[in-house]
Design a protein around this ligand. Sequence first.
Ligand code: HEC
Length: 100
Amino acid sequence: MKHLLTTIVAVSVLLPALASANPATLNHPGRLLASNCFQCHGTDGYGMEHLAGERASEISGELMEMQFEPARQDIMAVHAQAYTAEEINLIADYFSKQPK
Ligand code: HEC
């Protein structure tokens, strides 16, 4: 009985989470890095300054621009300055693969 209850609780908690994740990008190597952006830009980029479905070159271009603006010390620029070019490309590719 205890196992049955545990299973029911586990399934009811996990299923909605799985259903809302985009299965096509679940194993994308940029997903974990991109999750650092979710708190402000929304899960998978569906929020403020909508990133989901944007062209990867546009997202990475903007982040790299921010890296070379040392005078900019706002939250977004400081965030961008913490990533390598390779990491930025992975993050940008991840968001570009989300349906618009
Ligand atoms: C603490 C909140 C916060 C986090 C975390 C954050 N951002 Fe932002 N981001 C903002 C805000 C606020 C703006 C709009 C103001 C600006 O451009 O600085 C913005 C703007 C942007 C823009 C420019 C959008 C446009 O059309 O001008 C891009 C691209 C972007 N963020 C990507 C990212 C990515 C990728 C990450 C994760 C690596 C990230 N952001 C993490 C707050 C955040």
